[in-house]
Design a protein around this ligand. Structure first.
Ligand code: IPD
Ligand code: CA
Ligand code: CA
Length: 270
């Protein structure tokens, strides 16, 4: 098992390096360089090259690990072993429109459990990371939301549906409860950043439907290690692996999470 202080530092350095490269590309990025993967799902050479660089660096740092990356650079999941879940650029639409936030999201799973994760938000140059049992941090600052405020004293973050409109009515019901029961709702366009900002106490809760493992894996560990709770719309998942694949997420400080989960449970009648 080759995950220690040395590999952790190496991984943080790699994330910083790839982040600097992305920011440099942003300076001369042109909209003609954008491709459409599916309805409203955009990609460019920046996403693909960033994923390749991350995979290359991680293969050197932790040679026995497998990968699940959004851009499919290497799909080599090692059952029961160490695996990286990578979103090389979360918030691609923001990046293309030159809007913050957008982030690198990188998580390490050990078997069915999340072990380590980082979200590098490039707009504010903030590197969030967490390790199971060690805590959650922004740089060297420890994050704690265990005593965070109730949802009626807080902000809720979410992502609006843009390609899968099947659960629209249930989603709008939860939104209505959020409008009436919180200080307000925000949609920033990067789920990984939304979760990092829950862990940092900027948002008190977050929910979204239809997310992929790479959108949420690192952020789940950040929220949990900061003292918050994360689960599906109907409650806790059986394992972290189930949770990252569930395509539903509710996160928050313990009090706000409980309230938001009661709203998703009722509205999605799960
Ligand atoms: C997207 C962002 C967005 C969320 C979408 C994701 P991408 O990721 O996280 O906030 O609402 O569902 O797909 O495509 O920018 O990596
Ligand atoms: Ca994403
Ligand atoms: Ca992405």
């Amino acid at each position: 098992m080759s995950w220690d202080e040395h590999t952790r530092q190496g991984t943080l350095d790699l994330v910083r390096q790839v982040g600097a490269w992305i920011q440099n590309e942003r300076r001369h990025f042109e909209t003609g360089q954008v491709e459409t993967k599916s309805l409203n799902s955009l990609v460019s050479y920046v996403d693909r090259h960033a994923e390749d660089s991350l995979i290359q660096g991680l293969q050197t740092l932790v040679p026995e690990s497998g990968f699940l990356g959004e851009e499919g650079g290497s799909q080599s999941w090692v059952d029961g072993g160490l695996n990286w879940i990578i979103d090389p650029l979360d918030g691609t639409t923001n990046f293309i429109h030159d809007l913050p936030p957008y982030a690198i999201s990188l998580a390490l799973m050990d078997g069915d459990s999340l072990r380590w994760g980082a979200v590098y938000e490039l707009g504010q140059d903030q590197l969030y990371w967490a390790e199971k049992g060690l805590g959650a941090f922004c740089g060297t600052r420890r994050l704690t939301i265990a005593d965070g405020p109730a949802i009626d004293q807080g902000l809720v973050a979410t992502g609006f549906p843009y390609h899968d409109f099947d659960s629209m009515e249930s989603y709008l019901q939860v939104l209505r409860a959020c409008f009436q029961g919180s200080r307000g709702v925000r949609r920033f366009g990067s789920a990984a950043t939304d979760l990092a900002w829950v862990a940092d106490g900027r948002f008190q809760a977050f929910f979204e439907h239809g997310l992929a493992p790479w959108d949420v894996a690192a952020g789940i560990l950040l929220v949990r290690e900061a003292g918050g709770h994360v689960g599906t719309f109907s409650g806790p998942a059986a394992s972290d692996l189930d949770l990252v694949h569930s395509r539903q997420i509710v996160a928050g400080n313990p009090t706000a999470h409980a309230t938001l989960e009661s709203w998703t449970k009722t509205s999605f009648s799960l």
